[in-house]
Design a binder for this molecule. Sequence first.
Ligand code: TYD
Length: 131
Amino acid sequence: MIEPEFIHFKEIKDYRGGLVALEQGQNVPFEIKRVYYIYGTPANTRRGFHAHKALEQVAICVKGACSFLLDNGKGKVDCRLDSPAVGLYIGKNIWHEMYNFTDDCVLMVLASELYDESDYIRDYNDFLKEV
Ligand code: TYD
């Protein structure tokens, strides 16, 4: 069994629009060492296809929407991110794939570590062995 772990951020809204603040150790449950974002993803593209040995991440669709497949080796779940005020927590050892990107999607990801290829598990059978 696996349930998506959503983080609902406080939205500060007034006549000028909305604002969300992301703060490490407050509404983001780790020290933020890296931020990256994915955009301009063509329709029918699937990305991800990996898990991490140690990395923790929070993914936020700051514009548009996309879907996630999450897999902990015991169960799989699909969910959709379509709000700049909702984050999806992705802990270690979660196989994830992203798909069904809208044309305007900007998927921002907060990460607990710098980029490290050796932290990736890119083979699904290796992932199943790890978990
Ligand atoms: P990749 O892991 O294929 O992206 P996705 O998880 O969306 O499928 O990453 C694409 C390329 O970008 C790959 O060459 C690694 C590089 N990259 C960085 O240099 N830094 C980063 O923080 C990330 C996430 C990727």
